[in-house]
Design a protein around this ligand. Sequence first.
Ligand SMILES: C[S@@+](CC[C@H](N)C(=O)[O-])C[C@H]1O[C@@H](n2cnc3c(N)ncnc32)[C@H](O)[C@@H]1O
Length: 255
Amino acid sequence: MDTRFQAHAVSQYTTTTANLTARIALHGYGTNPQDWFSWLDERLPVAGDVLEVGAGTGKLWTHVDHAARGLNLTLTDFSPAMCAQLRTVPGARVLRCDAAHLPFPDAGFDTVVANHMLYHLDDPAVALREFARVLRPGGRLAVATNGTDHLDELDAIGPAIGRPELMLDAANNDFSAETGPAQVACCFTGVTVERYHCDLDIPTAEPIVAYLSSMTDEPLTPGQHAAAHALVQSQIDAAGSYRIRKHSVLITASR
Ligand SMILES: C[S@@+](CC[C@H](N)C(=O)[O-])C[C@H]1O[C@@H](n2cnc3c(N)ncnc32)[C@H](O)[C@@H]1O
């Protein structure tokens, strides 16, 4: 089995929330007036006992009023740094655990949410089987992931400055908008896919270079930093902004 994907996630997330926070910040330049988390909020099939796996900083729950909806919320992540942040979500139970080994009995949840996390796993099928195991019959799964062309214009910068390993395609497994629905269908029924229509339109180079820097433990050299900045800035000077395509989808299914 290829263990690069989970090794990358360990180095990205175990000790810090800063890398994830820098990346979420870039999505603040979205062209859709409705941001991703509130778009997701309107579509999440959440009810009853809700489990989010790989919940990160818990950003979703600043948009979803789980108490008003009467949800009983459990948040998990394998990162101690993320779990420390998750403990600030009011009323949520927080457990540190691996998505491939959920420490919950069978059929204990009505909803499982996995938002942009399955592509970090060495074997997403193992986690999908765990999600099916902990869901009650008729329970709902909500999975978000990206298409293979997601952030292509950002992915082009790493190779151009001699750092090809900064590409998302190199860091993540193939659980994508294209392949994810069939993978979900192996354990679930009634699979649906909806795309969030949005691109990024960014007027300054700094948040783009910050995103790139967040992708690695090996800092950009001053020369690489300057080259990335100059490449982005030249496009901004020519076009007024740096445009990056997004391709994110919500996959839902029933147990
Ligand atoms: C891209 S972030 C998404 C975080 C959050 N769901 C969001 O959308 O803001 C991926 C998250 O998955 C977590 N993660 C990665 N591999 C994991 C695993 N095997 N088990 C549990 N969490 C994992 C990381 O620590 C990180 O918080």
